[in-house]
Design a protein around this ligand. Sequence first.
Ligand SMILES: NC(=O)c1ccc[n+]([C@@H]2O[C@H](COP(=O)([O-])OP(=O)(O)OC[C@H]3O[C@@H](n4cnc5c(N)ncnc54)[C@H](O)[C@@H]3O)[C@@H](O)[C@H]2O)c1
Ligand SMILES: NCCCC=O
Length: 382
Amino acid sequence: MAIPIPSRQLFINGDWAEPLLKKRIPIINPTTEEIIGDIPAATAEDVDVAVQAARSALTRNKGKDWAFASGAVRAKYLRAIAAKIKERKPVLAKLETVDCGKPLSESEADMDDVVGCFEYYADLAEGLDAKQKAPISLPMKTFKSYVIKEPIGVVALIVPWNYPLLMATWKVAPALAAGCAAILKPSELASATCLELGEVCREVDLPAGVLNILPGLGPEAGASLASHPHVDKISFTGSTVTAVKIMTAAAQRVKPVTLELGGKGPIVVFEDVDIDKAVEWTIFGCFYTNGQICSATSRLIVHESIAAEFLDRLVKWSENIKISDPLEEGCKLGPIVSRGQYEKVMNFISNAKSEGATILYGGNRPKLWFGRCCGIEGSRKM
Ligand SMILES: NC(=O)c1ccc[n+]([C@@H]2O[C@H](COP(=O)([O-])OP(=O)(O)OC[C@H]3O[C@@H](n4cnc5c(N)ncnc54)[C@H](O)[C@@H]3O)[C@@H](O)[C@H]2O)c1
Ligand SMILES: NCCCC=O
């Protein structure tokens, strides 16, 4: 099924802008490994322009257009964005799937979450108005104290590829609800749906500069944002290695950061469980999002009295997972997002083997045409 891939530029100051150095990055469909389009690649030069646009958005009309508008005004935009995304769900879900490889049913669920998230923060933005200037009682009558909630300023939002539009929304929606102006830096591996958010912002007439979208390489666009003197805060989701770089850059200006990173998620199975249920949840935890989820149950600790039976059923379940083109009905496992990630996974398998692990199922490409998929169950005897 051919999906039209929109050709977009950077989204800066409410409009599309060609990257100043005219750089672009190919979009590779991980299922077919074909180049199906390209995305603009921002560099430090574009980051400067976008940061300036965001600062102007905060101060325009003395802040009354955005930063110091009522929460109800901002909520109106958030709801309008949610409505447009709901309208476009079928197209956005397909675009997400061809861009990052997750099964279509999961991309559809992500789009529902995106809509829900914008609506949720619209409610919170409205709720802010009643909380403004809440008095705080003090023992001394000569002083008055109030709580005033103000946006922190310009925020840089740097996100990964496994939930491209959803991870972006988790950051964009609260930032906008609070009255910040934002610069979103999607992952170079999956930026297509984040760029469509730019088109949605245009259609709902979001004030110019309130949201800017700058795809690009991490060390170029991402690093320039992290170290920019006029970015007030950074929110990052991704790997720990990158987080260290971002935190180091932010520390030079004592800039606050919020980090959501990866880890190793163990699932612990006791001897008194319903084995089939426990197997089902282990499989879900491990293979959802093609196994590329921060909360993946990537470490399994099973009580030894049920281990043999548990592993046996785990393998049987694994054999029944439908591995296919993620656009295909019923697909449960699509391709790994990129060649780089595929190689990382294969390295994990090879390291596990050399440390004495037994591969119970998979561990190789399941079909020749299907370049990058890998299903594995392993039991480490170490
Ligand atoms: N905790 C969570 O909620 C959560 C959610 C999703 C993913 N993750 C984690 O994300 C990781 C996978 O994502 P990834 O491979 O895209 O991570 P990554 O750290 O390689 O990249 C994340 C983002 O950071 C950017 N980046 C890379 N180098 C940079 C630099 N020097 N300065 C600034 N930005 C830079 C990338 O371009 C991308 O946009 C996994 O570890 C996963 O567990 C965590
Ligand atoms: N449901 C989204 C979880 C994000 C982590 O990868």
